[in-house]
Design a binder for this molecule. Sequence first.
Ligand code: SF4
Length: 479
Amino acid sequence: MGNELEKHWRDECGVFGIYLRDPTAPNEAARDTYFGLYALQHRGQESAGIAVASGDRIVLHKAMGLVSEVFSPEVLDGLTGNVAVGHVRYSTTGSSHPVNAQPLVFRYLKGMVALAHNGNLVNAGELYLRLANLGSVFQTTTDSEVIVNLLARYAQDSLEDALAKSMIDIKGAYALVIMTENKLIGMRDPLGIRPLCLGRRGDSFILASESCAFYTIGAEFVRDVEPGEIVVIDENGLRSIHPLGSEEVAHCIFEYVYLARPDSVIDGINVNRFRRAMGRQLAREMKVEADIVIAVPDSGTTAALGFAEESGIRFEEGLIKNRYIGRTFIQPTQKMRDLGVRLKLNPVEEAVKGKRVIMVDDSIVRGTTSKQIVRMLRDAGAVEVHMAVASPPTQYSCFYGIDTSAREELIAAKMDVGGIREFIGADSLYYLSEEGMFAAAGRIKGNFCAACFNGRYPIPIPQTGRIDKDNFERTGGGC
Ligand code: SF4
């Protein structure tokens, strides 16, 4: 199932940046970034960081933990300056270490730079070896540091030119927010796989992974940073560079299916509307008689509402989520995951007893959680439990910045729909068709990466993958 009870597909990072023209308080940029990161917390809960520039220096605070745990009012008071970048991170296995927290701050020939990155480079291993052979040294195991070292290699050029040259070298998915002592820069991968958007508040500009961060700080959405675009914001305003001139796009469809907040708009698509449309489409494809539609909260709620609207079957709150279970309960062992489901979800007996239930969720990863929920509903008196998944089967791993389960852990990679139905113990199981998913998006399917559903990767994955050679072992990967 698609919520955090099970090892789910997680976004590995959220990025935020702000350039204030006329700050009203010395720590205003840091404070705005703090609230922006709060809005992006769903994209990463392991570490958080803010770097602030004030014309001649950059100060940084970052640590492991949630935004609210990492920053106190005193810490924010010390982060003075009118430009800031921030980052929340969820790490891949093996890279959970304070040294990998971002932003990364470094000094090179042209001064100080801070960098916050969401995404994953598919040729990071190759670039790492190349740079290491040229004498580069690395402190972290992240792809982001590979980008930092590339920029340092192009130090004779302006930062914008260095970024344009780096864009030719790096292959993969990335949304970067970069800050010098007096500039804010956003850079998005040529296919626009990872999201990055631009906001405005008066004369000040903001960059964020998702537009929900703008509303939190009273800014308005201006537009998405275009695929392959570099935007530079400084005292002269905003200018845009398109070093590669690519016309193809492949936005990550999983952002809409699960990852992004429903109140965000990404690349012109309202996430909430998309999820509702997926639910409606699923109701058209799934012909099952039932008494009520319920959601696995929160990930399945919007699609379940759409399903109920289209089918005319009444929506009920059949499962209640305990919102006060901390993330410390979500341990990566099966035993703890089993416990986590019962701690976090409870069936509403009154709603489901004696009913034929359609249970809507956004996806099934391993299937173990869905199995437990089906059992819980039956124990609570449901006479039939039909599972409706508002996306196609997730059969392939992501190499573009989403921490997926290994392919062998994905139940849909090992079993057909009949086998999965049997495993989870449902009376029937329906997935949204791939065509139905694209129809819900209202765009042609060529506009999206949907590789985790169909295995068609828009950027070839080099066989070498990440570095794991001789003494150069990298375990971190992207962000
Ligand atoms: Fe998104 Fe899936 Fe493509 Fe990864 S493989 S970028 S999760 S659509």
